[in-house]
Design a protein. Sequence first.
Length: 374
Amino acid sequence: MDLRQLPTPLIAIDRARVRANIQAVQALATSAGVALRPHAKTHKSPVIARWQIEAGAVGICCAKLAEAEVMAEAGIMNIRVPYPVNPANADRVRALLAAGVTLSIIVDDIEVATGWSQAIAGTGHRLDVLVKVDVGFHRCGIDSDSPRAMDIIKGVSDLGGLRFRGLLSHAGHSYSAASSHDLAQIADAEITILRTLAARAREAGVEVAELSVGSTPTARFIPLQKGVTEMRPGNYVFYDRTQVGLGATTASNCAMSVVATVVSRPVASRIVFDAGSKTLSSDAARGFGSATGYGVVYPNLDTDAPEPSIVIERLSEEHAVARAMPDCTLKPGDRVRILPNHACVVTNLADQLLLVDGLQVVDRIPVAARGRNY
């Protein structure tokens, strides 16, 4: 099969690049003496999860329990859900544990942790739990400076049915960094907060086995984050325009492309592609510069030369409307590659990923956990 002949829009994954990305970040983790547990929400595929584990990953992360259930059904048995799962889902967690899954979750509330203790105690299983720590993103996680921080950690560690593993963070504010220097400072502050809190916990008699961090933009600094035991980047498997903008990689390493067709050119300065928000997502461009638009357009499928003068200015569900120079030669029926702003969302919008070698499709990878966002 050839990308020039298949219906569009479609999602193409470059086989050589995805494999190289997996190997490169695994090598980074290994050289730093840190376990790698990739976040599977980027690819939502047991096939790709197995590639990561075969390369040396200790297991995977999943965004939600339903995603974890898909992975477990496919034989992926070491899963961490770094999301505040409510004890109302106890039946599903007990089923995963009974199936032999090594499962861990996060908590940032003692009452929620108590609910999990009550749900697991007496089942013959223990649920691994980490306390989520807010390191500056201000989403989930305990405030390390709060007088209650140690009470929560100590309280979780004392609960029956649970096995306290340690502390976990996500430096999501790294996506808003203004420079590589800012990113380095975010990574340094993250591990400083975790180390300080872990030291206080140990002084209080609490064993802290793990310090887990997770962010593709800050992954490059893992050799400097002394004390980290685990890293959880996800986007690195494909990369995207945002990661290029944040200096995490170059466009030549980005494995995901959206292949789209020109469906209209009503005036010389406007081109319309058939990949709208249902394919590209509506995520804005991010990074150190002033990038605009909804992806980078490569006007030839078989070259790596982007055309910066073509800017996708707006999306509707099925249309991507781009501004172009009048001398641009694209016309209805022509195909382009688009480097998306955010690969993780694009995956969740697709039924399958086409693994390609050049223009040739070598495999179809189902997005098995698509829509499993519950």
